[in-house]
Write a protein that binds this ligand. Sequence first.
Ligand SMILES: NC(=O)c1ccc[n+]([C@@H]2O[C@H](COP(=O)([O-])OP(=O)(O)OC[C@H]3O[C@@H](n4cnc5c(N)ncnc54)[C@H](O)[C@@H]3O)[C@@H](O)[C@H]2O)c1
Length: 375
Amino acid sequence: MAGGKLGVGVLGAHTWAEKAHLPGYAADPRVDLVAICDVVPERAAAMAQMFKARRVYTRPEDLLADPEIEMVDVCTPTDTHFKLGMDAIARNKHVLCEKPIARDAREAFLLARAADKARVKSKVGFTFRYSPALRQIRAWIEDGTLGEIFHIHGLEQNSQFLDPHFPLRQVPAGIDFQPKHPIPQSIVGYGSHLVDLVRWMGGEYKSVVSTMSNYVPERIVRGYEGMQRINVDDGTVALVEFQSGAQGMLQTSIVAVGNYPGIEIRVYGSKAAAVGRLVTERGAAETLHFATADKVEFEPVELPASHYPPGTSVMTEWRELYYRNLVRLWVGEILEGRPSEGDFLDGARSQEIVDACVLSHVERRWVDFPLYHDV
Ligand SMILES: NC(=O)c1ccc[n+]([C@@H]2O[C@H](COP(=O)([O-])OP(=O)(O)OC[C@H]3O[C@@H](n4cnc5c(N)ncnc54)[C@H](O)[C@@H]3O)[C@@H](O)[C@H]2O)c1
């Protein structure tokens, strides 16, 4: 920890790193951005220059061996997360990993256990947990303002992949493009966030039932030439029974007309209800509404400046706003030795729920938790 600052190394220097992670580190004075690594050297060099990293690597093992780096940020393609996460833990580094943290839930539970055993802190890139509006709803659940929770509704839907010419990403290499059931896509890319947000609000799931559909049969897939006939889930709908007895409803869609990030969380309790809507409109990243049992009209809520990272407001671009808030909390958790929220165990539970949604669709039945008894 040089001069009280946290030494950070970032693996992966492309789209999401540039838009979300690196602006978060650049804005936090407690961060020393030691190095950036990408297997494509010019990407690593360009990002290092833009965000003033002190060193550039092109081999992840060199970044992991750097003694000045205490926290490793894994912002590479999904199928590389497990190995890079495990390698970072083996070096006793704290790890932030993008979601999903592994190729399947079993691997994700292994990562969670390894981090625990090594006593390093872990965090998943659950961007929307760091929305000021959703954090307020969560605080209202915890302090009893909403009363007993009856219903939780969660949506993550926008038109990111409605245009078939917009390349689909994160499709594992070498898979069959026309399986009988859709290749999990929206339920993984968007769903891993959504099922986590809903669990964060409502607690552990007892059972889930879901259905997945494909609406755009042909599209461009990154890494392949020309249009591809590919059967992916463009939308998934699920019903949830929580262990608490509350009811939940979920929908993910990558083809629903609407703006980014397209999240809406509604929580209805015995005393009050709250709706957080993370949809960029007229420049504002999100809105929050609140109603009580005796005054049922929903009123807009304006949060005080302390809910936002210094220098940001509800008018800050959503990716930057949420990641700056994530970095603000995460760096504090490490430097002040506090437990980390949204850690690898939460990431593994999220993947278990996603797997259960897929299994429910394939077998057309309710699926109970825990799904895996041996992890
Ligand atoms: N949390 C969110 O809301 C959110 C949003 C978008 C993307 N993501 C996730 O972020 C991750 C990155 O997404 P992206 O869109 O930036 O991907 P990308 O493919 O555009 O960029 C990944 C970069 O990693 C580099 N890379 C690949 N293997 C590497 C390795 N072993 N070591 C170092 N660098 C390596 C690639 O060269 C590329 O530059 C994905 O897992 C994605 O699911 C999360």
